[in-house]
Design a protein around this ligand. Structure first.
Ligand code: ATP
Ligand code: TZP
Ligand code: MG
Ligand code: MG
Length: 269
């Protein structure tokens, strides 16, 4: 995995414009759709049990986000997930708020059991809580991370047979064998709701264009982090409102060359 490959993944995403089917939360729906469009991806949000099978089977990726889940939505996630598995569509799970309530933890665990999930993207506390550990979580936000995120991501990846993306100040991406750390990103991402949810959907877009999930995930996380740094240089001094809009502008503008010049990715194993 080198910066040229990451740039190529970005260019492939732009060329192929994959359809990303999101079953996501009510907080981030609009921001997620705008972020995907800015990058050059086709987003669709579809929830009805009557249509999710048909939508998921023709998508490039399916993103399941439990941020404001209801039983009806969970039923749709299972139908969409079955369609994705039957048609070779990668599934990305964002276990928003796992550990904050038993319903969230148990739903994430059930989805991992019932579906073949390709990538799980969350903050370290969410990943740990789905693994059955108890890490501090405040609603949907990670508390102070005291554990070893790299060990956690590697163990979770092995346990789930999936790629795990544990994000925060540093992002760990592991499939249990290969593990990467991405040091791009900016603190302003913590002041905008949906910054993590949008990243999960962008991971879906990169997974849709074909490279193996661990590499697609590292490429997506690096690209997103570089875009956030560029946005911060322009808008951080104005505050979160300006930063949020500038992040969309930079997802539109980011090039392979930006990633090659500004990417900070290390392979740990
Ligand atoms: P949380 O609810 O705990 O904020 P999240 O689902 O919003 O979790 P994050 O962990 O915030 O997801 O990750 C979203 C993006 O923000 C990632 O690209 C990550 O690298 C970046 N990020 C998060 N915290 C920081 C930070 N302190 N410094 C730099 N980048 C960060
Ligand atoms: N409450 C339920 S979902 C949600 C909130 C605030 C959005 C979480 O978004 P992110 O990307 O995890 O910060
Ligand atoms: Mg965040
Ligand atoms: Mg989140």
């Amino acid at each position: 995995m080198n910066y040229t490959m990451i740039g190529q993944c970005l260019e492939q995403v732009r060329e192929m414009k994959p359809l990303v089917h999101n079953i996501t939360n009510v907080v981030v729906t609009n921001f997620t759709a705008n972020g995907l469009l800015a990058l050059g991806v086709s987003p669709v949000m579809a929830y009805a049990p009557e249509e999710v099978y048909d939508m998921a089977k023709m998508a490039g990726a399916l993103v399941l986000n439990i941020g404001t889940l209801t039983d009806a939505e969970v039923r749709s996630m299972l139908i969409a997930g079955r369609a994705a598995n039957e048609h070779g569509v990668p599934i990305i799970l964002d276990p928003v708020g796992a550990g904050a309530t038993a319903y969230r933890t148990e739903t994430a665990q059930m989805l991992l059991k019932e579906l073949d999930i390709s990538i799980v993207r969350g903050n370290p506390a969410e990943i740990a809580n789905v693994m059955g550990e108890t890490w501090e979580i405040k609603g949907v936000d990670a508390g102070t991370v005291t554990g070893d995120s790299a060990a956690l991501a590697t163990q979770a990846a092995t346990a789930w047979g999936a790629t795990v993306v544990a994000t925060g100040k540093e992002d760990i991406i592991s499939d249990g064998t290969s593990t990467y750390v991405v040091q791009n990103g900016h603190e302003m991402l913590t002041r905008v709701t949906g910054a993590g949810c949008l990243l999960s959907s962008i991971v879906g877009a990169f997974a849709a264009v074909g490279s193996e999930p661990v590499k697609a995930s590292a490429a997506a996380v690096c690209t997103y982090g570089v875009a956030a740094e560029k946005a911060a240089r322009i808008a951080a001094s104005h505050g979160p409102g300006a930063f949020q809009i500038e992040l969309l502008n930079q997802l539109y503008q980011i090039t392979a060359r930006d990633v090659e010049n500004q990417g900070r990715v290390k392979q740990l194993s």
